[in-house]
Design a protein around this ligand. Structure first.
Ligand SMILES: Nc1ncnc2c1ncn2[C@@H]1O[C@H](COP(=O)(O)OP(=O)(O)OP(=O)(O)O)[C@@H](O)[C@H]1O
Ligand SMILES: [Mg+2]
Length: 250
């Protein structure tokens, strides 16, 4: 039996009478039956209640929520309705950690969420500044929230004028730690770096692959290219060769 009281803690506007067309669409896209059941599990053990969406993207929605100790957390929900099997499987095939996992159209999103959680754990253990992983179930990941009561940390791309250009060195330092952890981020740019207290936080690590993956070298050079372009934009002399040398790659 599903306990209605638990479901009421998912998303306040579920209860709102006057739902806008937009609200209804977001709600329907995110909360299909399987996702509701997955939430149910997490509401019993980790999440106290969900506050509001921080970001509604193509493939995932990120919510601000509160844990059982009353602290803010971030909850990333992969949208089952927006599943892109081909797009995801390229990053799972060739990853030895998932070599023995049976992959189907039906479960790939859960494997993806598991992969993102494992990547977060590995980076976090290696001292990379990523949101600490907290819990996960099915297509839902719970992690540390970056920001404060009044606002989530902005993306680097949205605070480029305000941020000190020295942040580039801090980003390269995070890249060095990621490389040492033998996991290539694969989508590193100002779109996946949050800035809080002048420090960079690396997010969105679902696509990160071990350095042994067939696409690892190509993904690494793209990450390096992106960050070199960012350095150029910010007026810092740090080209691709320089970054590669910092990572110990020649
Ligand atoms: N731990 C966090 N704390 C605060 N804000 C976060 C956190 N994680 C994600 N966000 C916010 O949510 C946004 C989307 O997160 P993320 O980059 O992980 O998802 P995404 O895969 O890019 O989603 P999509 O590609 O579908 O837009 C981020 O740009 C950031 O603004
Ligand atoms: Mg992103």
């Amino acid at each position: 039996m599903i306990d209605e009281e638990v479901f009421d803690r998912i998303y306040p506007y579920r209860e709102k009478k006057e739902k806008s067309e937009e609200d209804r669409k977001t709600y329907g896209d995110v909360f299909d039956r399987r996702t509701l059941l997955a939430f149910y599990k997490l509401l019993k053990r980790t999440i106290d209640y969900v506050e509001f969406p921080i970001s509604t993207g193509k493939e995932a929605t990120v919510f601000r929520a509160v844990n059982k100790d009353g602290e803010l957390i971030a909850v990333k929900v992969y949208l089952i309705t927006r599943l892109n099997y081909k797009g995801l499987s390229r990053f799972i095939d060739g990853d030895d950690r998932f070599a023995h996992v049976h992959k189907t159209k039906d479960n790939i999103i859960f494997i993806w969420a598991k992969k993102e959680f494992r990547n977060l754990q590995a980076y976090h253990d290696a001292g990379v500044r990523v949101p600490a992983p907290v819990d996960m179930w099915k297509n839902i990941i719970v992690m540390e929230y970056v920001g404060d009561e009044s606002q989530p940390a902005p993306l680097l791309k949205d605070c480029m004028e305000k941020v000190k250009k020295e942040i580039i060195y801090a980003i390269v330092e995070e890249m060095r730690k990621m490389h040492k952890a033998k996991l290539v981020h694969g989508d590193l740019s100002e779109y996946n770096i949050l800035v809080w207290n002048d420090e960079p936080w690396v997010i969105d690590v679902g696509q990160a692959v071990p350095t042994t993956h067939p696409m690892a070298a190509a993904l690494l050079s793209r990450d390096v290219r992106n960050i070199a372009a960012l350095a150029r934009k910010m007026g810092v002399a740090m080209d691709e060769k320089c970054i590669m040398a910092e990572l110990g790659v020649d």
